[in-house]
Design a protein around this ligand. Structure first.
Ligand code: AMP
Ligand code: GLY
Length: 422
């Protein structure tokens, strides 16, 4: 079978590597991909929004399965386009992808079907939102309704900060139409974790659990980013919690989307908070998480393609996970998530390195070397029999390849290590 992956980041690199290892697969294509993944996939000259180009390529090359990595093409209906041409896709329809594309849609669905989430209100008018904020206790979370590349969430510690965020979103339209509507919600406290599942209609197959690190700097300080690192498994999230999250959140949401006549196919990502009152939803994504995927897929011992084909036929696959831990650390350009320099040469990695490397913001120089082209440049992932060993492996690797114009967090996985010691 020939498989096409749509996207260009570390998540897609990890997908390509995993899918290339399947005995069912002869060819892996990635559109557009990045030069760092050329060793496991053939790069295609189609951007994620070139739906026509992608459809024609799939028909011409008789692609047997398409997996779409990022949210934008999902919300723009790429999955529907491919399906209409009879091409097999493991990704949600445009309607089902609203669960990520519109936070108010997700919130209303959860309210209607009794799925636990933070208390909230939706606003389109600045004055009413401001009045509500002034009457609410702190901290408060302000979110743009639509897609904002991970930057549309402000955790406000003061009323002034909350009102400033509202003004930026509703009056200045900082995220264009995506912020013509905002959600003001209750701040949740607890242990945050990511639980994803392979879904087809009401069939829900959870993956193992991972934890992301969203803030730029050590100790969860600094601005929110697309994710600075992740680890899996997460010892402080028990098997019981995962079971409860599956039964109380993932399965009811899959059923709700089916009831609403927009059944979900693909990966549903639940960003969850284990609060004192139980598990609550922070957000849903309609796809695999980045960087969670880079630490989950290398731990999956089962064949991912076989599992996806089975779930597409309505049969429940059994997923087998390695007992090993994996810690993935993002190496980013100095200045990210603000402005940064590009074109910085990457270290030269040997084939026998003790870490897996997944490239994201990289391009090729004229001399054929990999250079940085984005904020998050690559992720190095270390494996070990426990989190501590995995941490040691990845940080030893990073120390060997230290580079002045890049930075990384030095505490990825530490939360899991500290909690499991208690
Ligand atoms: P999101 O883009 O919705 O994932 O939000 C980014 C980050 O903001 C999340 O990963 C959380 O760490 C934080 N966050 C979002 N909503 C809440 C909330 N209601 N309470 C506490 N933290 C939140
Ligand atoms: N890691 C969070 C996300 O993929 O949105």
């Amino acid at each position: 079978m020939k498989v096409l992956i749509v996207g260009r980041g570390g998540r897609e690199h990890a997908l390509c590597a995993k899918i290339a290892s399947s005995p069912l697969v002869q060819m892996v294509y990635v559109a557009p991909g990045n030069p760092g993944m050329a060793s496991c996939a053939t790069l295609l000259p189609y951007d994620e929004d070139d739906h026509q180009g992608l459809v024609e390529f799939c028909r011409r090359e008789e692609i047997g399965l398409v997996i779409i990595g990022p949210e934008k093409p999902l919300v723009e209906g790429l999955s529907d386009r491919l399906l209409a041409e009879g091409i097999q896709v493991f990704a949600p329809s445009q309607r089902a992808a609203q669960i990520e594309g519109s936070k108010s849609f997700a919130k209303e669905l959860m309210r209607k079907y009794g799925v636990p989430t933070a208390e909230y209100r939706t606003f389109v008018d600045f004055e009413s939102a401001k009045k509500h904020v002034e009457e609410s206790s702190l901290p408060l979370v302000i979110k743009a309704d639509g897609l904002a590349a991970g930057k549309g969430v402000v955790v406000a510690q003061t009323h002034a900060e909350a009102i400033e965020a509202l003004a930026e979103m509703l009056l200045e339209r900082r995220f264009g139409d995506a912020s013509s509507r905002v959600i003001v919600e209750e701040f949740l406290q607890g242990e945050e974790f990511s639980l994803m599942a392979l879904i087809n209609g009401t069939l829900v197959v959870p993956l193992d659990v991972a934890q992301d690190h969203k803030r730029a700097f050590d100790g969860d300080q600094g601005p929110n980013t697309g994710g600075m690192g992740a680890y899996s498994p997460v010892p402080q999230v028990s098997a019981e919690v995962i079971r409860e999250a599956t039964v109380r959140i993932l399965e009811p949401v899959a059923q709700a989307l089916s009831m609403e006549e927009m059944p979900f196919t693909g990966v549903l990502y639940a960003g969850l908070m284990l609060t004192k009152e139980g598990i609550k939803v922070i957000e849903f994504n309609a796809r695999l998480g980045d960087p969670e995927t880079q630490v989950l897929l290398p731990r999956l011992e089962s064949d991912l393609v076989e599992a996806i084909l089975s779930i597409l036929q309505g049969r429940r696959p059994t997923l087998k996970w390695s007992d090993e831990s994996m810690v993935g650390v993002v190496v980013a350009s100095e200045g990210y998530p603000g402005s940064f320099e590009t074109g910085v040469m990457l270290p030269i990695f040997d084939p026998g390195e003790e870490a897996d490397i997944f490239f994201s913001g990289v391009a090729q120089s004229e001399a054929g070397e990999l250079v940085s082209s984005g904020g998050r440049v690559y992720l190095a992932a270390g494996k070990g029999s426990c989190l501590e060993d995995a941490c040691r492996a990845v940080y030893a690797f990073l120390a060997k390849h230290d580079q002045p114009r890049f930075f990384y967090r030095t505490d990825i996985g530490q939360r899991g290590i500290n909690k499991s010691r208690v």
